[in-house]
Design a protein around this ligand. Sequence first.
Ligand SMILES: NC(=O)C1=CN([C@@H]2O[C@H](COP(=O)(O)OP(=O)(O)OC[C@H]3O[C@@H](n4cnc5c(N)ncnc54)[C@H](OP(=O)(O)O)[C@@H]3O)[C@@H](O)[C@H]2O)C=CC1
Ligand SMILES: O=C(O)C1=N[C@H](C(=O)O)C[C@H](O)C1
Length: 252
Amino acid sequence: MSEPIRVAVLGAAGRMGSTVVRTVQETEGLELVAQLEAGGDLAAVAAAGAQVAVDFTVPAVTEQNVRTLVGAGVHCVVGTTGWTEESLGRVRDCLVDAPGVGVAVVPNFALGAVLAMAFARQAARWFESAEVVELHHPDKVDAPSGTARHTAEGIARARAAAGLGPAPDATAQALDGARGADVDGVRVHAVRLRGLVAHEEVLFGNVGEQLTIRHDSFDRASFMPGVVLAVRRVVDRPGLTVGLEPFLDLGA
Ligand SMILES: NC(=O)C1=CN([C@@H]2O[C@H](COP(=O)(O)OP(=O)(O)OC[C@H]3O[C@@H](n4cnc5c(N)ncnc54)[C@H](OP(=O)(O)O)[C@@H]3O)[C@@H](O)[C@H]2O)C=CC1
Ligand SMILES: O=C(O)C1=N[C@H](C(=O)O)C[C@H](O)C1
């Protein structure tokens, strides 16, 4: 039998980190070798012999965590939000000096959410209007969600490739925020409500019809199969992977 993959969890005391810690402990073929909380020393990850670090921390620190770990030869699986094209570019740059090291930055590890985003990209070119509504627990610190950004970016790319112009919108006066955030021309709305976990609706409209694609994560357990898949696959996928799609053969 092959040796287990040695895993470190960053943000181990958080909602997601603590769930990942339990999952790694319970999953055959994975071994938990380090847990880091805020203020912990990143050097402990490589010192513990970790092959893969799973980062569920906060947007302010995740990029620096990844760059430090890549420098130490540790593969990274990242669920933390807050990534931009610029921060992803900086990670790509530092991976040039770390051949063989893989980093997967995954906005949403839930299989249904990944499929919902893929379906949304497929549908996008056929509809005049498209908007995204994400709904989360009120302890979430960022808005809109990383998933909603990723969804809207995918829709915008598909619309541009199909030669679609801006979605119709006659709004001439509005309270600030009433039309949501503009992500590459796609409106994204964020709801924060006690009782929710992580939910998203993608609304498409044409004259006389609407298509709604909805995904609900009712429990953080929904993210765990995707995290385990990424941990197993990142060790054989050098360079930067964005999204779970390539691991599920769903294209980018
Ligand atoms: N990709 C996906 O599928 C999912 C992504 N997420 C994302 O994951 C991130 C975490 O979410 P969640 O678990 O709900 O948030 P939490 O606030 O519950 O957890 C974050 C944890 O990270 C800790 N932390 C902060 N800085 C560091 C550091 N430098 N090193 C180690 N730990 C640190 C925090 O400690 P302290 O509180 O002491 O600051 C806290 O315990 C968010 O960005 C969220 O959007 C969430 C769910 C799914
Ligand atoms: O903070 C959360 O909870 C979640 N964050 C991720 C995001 O911002 O998209 C993934 C999921 O929506 C849960």
